[in-house]
Design a binder for this molecule. Structure first.
Ligand SMILES: Nc1ncnc2c1ncn2[C@@H]1O[C@H](COP(=O)(O)OP(=O)(O)OP(=O)(O)O)[C@@H](O)[C@H]1O
Length: 636
């Protein structure tokens, strides 16, 4: 018979071992969370079974009374969490409790610094799950049997949370999973019934499955009594046990909303804000949407997990239902519970269902309104949001044409108004500060904040006190190409096309062009290969020159990004604009030596390229010419 028992010892996957080690050593100050994690897993296991039973209820073996039971034994110093959920077979136990298969894990582990304090914050972002048992336990036993399989299929998993675990066959009458923690010496508070009750109330009230403990009157500190109770306890429900989103808003406290967020998001931090709504009418559904405080590791991974937990008439259907929100709102977490979708809905069906489309439209508006409210009501919290998710929101105008204006109102920028790197100015702020005769929203794009801020293109704007948005993120120029206007005001790149800030400017420009006609032509002759045109500038006050691209051409910043990505870019030349009042340009005008004139012209062009953060085609040539001029000036 013993041959059947098949006990084997297996090693944890390296990453799992790392995680275990880290967890045990860094989450010490927050021990009680293990209970939340294990109850959360038990509730997920029950949700999964409930869902599987929609197809075939024989899997329930006649027991549809779902419950999670928590039993403590003070003398043995154990706590056991059992559920009658789906359970696991041998292979699933190996896969789930010996490795870490979740996406983002690798990224998480790469981010570890070895600094305990920092790492424990990281782990908070990551969600710890089953392994958190080892924060309080020196040994953990998992006895489980998959629903629908015979009792002989039961498996016992056991580990001290170090390098290995063992696995053996152990029949189990009851389907589902029982996890027993043999508590560390200084963790025996978790074998105390009242302590455990209070932790359950704190974290698991919102879980829709009853979490039960032996009735209070029956368990006592007396060792003998608790043994008797263990034989036939009367169980009573400790948590609220109604799905939180089905309750009315006025009945749910902020703490409950926060606890529920942690359950659905596996985030340790509190959410920034949330929105809970019941919709009645043509479509009936309830949604509870949260905005997290921090970006998950897989935010930039297009296959990363996103989407909402979908329930149909309170039955859990799937995680990560991404059809209910657009990609640029992929940071939103929460639940949607529909009364209209069929219980057997699949991902494929969701894609085709017109009800899903209209829910998506409404949920998108909800999220945008929630963000709008946050921005208005608590700008500091909104700044936290913007730091974490601003770049994702910038994808909005391109992805979601119908909400372009709404999304644009939520964007935040650095501008010349504050001249600080913080992106904290909205377009509404900008529009409110616009000058009387100003009809455009101006921006400059560069590859860093400082390059943008020091751009020669800004000179005339600064002189006239006209505000300019300072853009320095890769996505910005692309964003602007989709945004085009806000509040009826076109967005204008200050480095593009001909600039006329007022009527007087036009006349001035014509005058300048006329006066310096010869010089401009002379330079154009020298730089014919580099520039499309040379003209007198009204943009500059301090700098000698700047480059300008055509109204409909690729911006310089976009061009650099595309080149860096190895993408083909159209072969167009910029226009060189000169500040004809600048002493250097005056010097150029007086230069009669043609060679020196050519060197000077190239220098001016190269400097204009450098000032906007561009790369020189021939940096060595630039250095040669510059040195030549310097030596001449020094008289040698
Ligand atoms: N009580 C349980 N019943 C059935 N399966 C379970 C149970 N507890 C854990 N598992 C399985 O083990 C897997 C790993 O659990 P773990 O808590 O480490 O991660 P997770 O639940 O996937 O992620 P997180 O804890 O961050 O939510 C689960 O996905 C689930 O498949």
């Amino acid at each position: 018979m013993t041959a059947d028992v098949k006990k084997e010892t297996l090693g944890f996957q390296t990453e799992a071992r790392q995680l275990l080690h880290l967890m045990i050593h860094s989450l010490y100050s927050n021990k009680e969370i293990f209970l939340r994690e294990l109850i959360s897993n038990a509730s997920d296991a029950i949700d999964k079974l409930r869902f599987a039973a929609l197809d075939d209820d024989s899997i329930l073996e006649g027991d549809g009374d779902y419950a999670i039971r928590v039993a403590v034994d003070k003398d043995a110093r154990t706590i056991t969490i059992s559920d009658n959920g789906v359970g696991m077979n041998r292979q699933e136990v190996i896969d789930n409790l010996g490795t870490i298969a979740r996406s983002g894990t690798a990224a998480f582990l790469e981010n570890l610094t070895g600094d305990q304090k920092k790492d424990s914050q990281l782990i908070g972002q990551f969600g710890v799950g089953f392994y958190s048992a080892f924060i309080v336990a020196e040994r953990v036993e998992v006895h489980t049997r998959k629903a629908g399989e015979p009792s002989e299929a039961g498996v016992l998993w056991e580990s001290h949370g170090e390098a290995e675990f063992t696995l053996e066959d152990r029949p189990r009458e009851q389907r589902g999973t029982a996890i027993t923690l043999y508590l560390k010496e200084d963790c025996d508070e978790f074998a105390d019934e009242w302590r455990v009750r209070s932790v359950i109330k704190k974290y698991s009230d919102h879980i829709s499955v009853p979490v039960m403990m032996a009735a209070a009157s029956e368990s006592s500190d007396d060792a003998e009594d608790s043994q008797d109770d263990a034989a036939a306890p009367t169980w009573e429900t400790v948590n609220e046990a109604t799905a939180l989103w089905t309750r009315s808003r006025s009945e749910v406290s902020d703490d409950e909303y926060k606890a529920f967020y942690k359950h659905v998001s596996h985030d340790f931090e509190e959410p920034l804000t949330w929105s809970h709504n019941r919709v009645e009418g043509k479509l009936e559904y309830t949604s509870l949407l949260y905005v997290p405080r921090r970006a998950p590791f897989d935010l930039w991974n297009r296959e990363g997990s996103r989407g909402l937990k979908l329930y149909v008439q309170r039955t859990f259907i799937m995680d990560d239902a991404e059809q209910f929100l657009p990609l640029y709102l992929r940071f939103v977490k929460g639940v949607v519970d529909s009364n209209d979708l069929p219980l057997n809905v699949s991902r494929e069906l969701l894609q085709q269902d017109p009800a899903v489309d209209s829910m998506r439209g409404a949920l998108t508006k909800r999220v945008l309104d929630m963000l709008g409210k946050l921005a208005k009501g608590s700008p500091e919290e909104y700044a936290v949001f913007w730091k974490a998710f601003g770049q994702v929101l910038k994808e909005g105008p391109a992805e979601d044409f119908s909400n372009k204006e709404k999304v644009a109102g939520l964007l935040r920028f650095a501008t010349t108004h504050t001249d600080r790197e913080e992106q904290d100015q909205g377009l509404d702020d900008y529009v409110a500060r616009m000058q009387e005769d100003q009809d455009k929203i101006y921006y400059v794009a560069a590859d860093s904040f400082n390059t943008a801020r020091r751009s020669p293109h800004l000179e005339v704007f600064r002189k006239r006190g006209i505000e300019v948005l300072l853009l320095s993120e890769r996505i910005d120029e692309w964003l602007m190409s989709h945004l085009q206007e806000y509040a009826g005001k076109p967005l204008q790149d200050v480095a593009r096309g001909e600039l006329e800030l007022g009527d007087d400017e036009k006349a001035e420009k014509e005058k300048l062009a006329e006066e310096s006609k010869d010089l401009l032509e002379r330079i154009k002759g020298v730089l014919a290969d580099e520039v499309a045109e040379v003209r007198a500038s009204t943009r500059l006050t301090d700098s000698a020159a700047c480059l300008v691209v055509g109204e409909h051409e690729l911006g310089a910043q976009m061009r650099r990004i595309m080149e860096a990505a190895g993408q083909p870019v159209p072969d167009t030349k910029p226009t060189l604009e000169l500040n004809t009042t600048h002493p250097l340009i005056a010097l150029l005008d007086r230069e009669s030596d043609e060679d020196r004139f050519a060197d000077f012209s190239h220098l001016v062009f190269d400097q204009a390229t450098l000032a906007e953060g561009g790369q020189l085609e021939d940096p060595a040539g630039y250095v040669d010419r510059l040195n030549k001029v310097l030596l001449q000036l020094a008289g040698s």
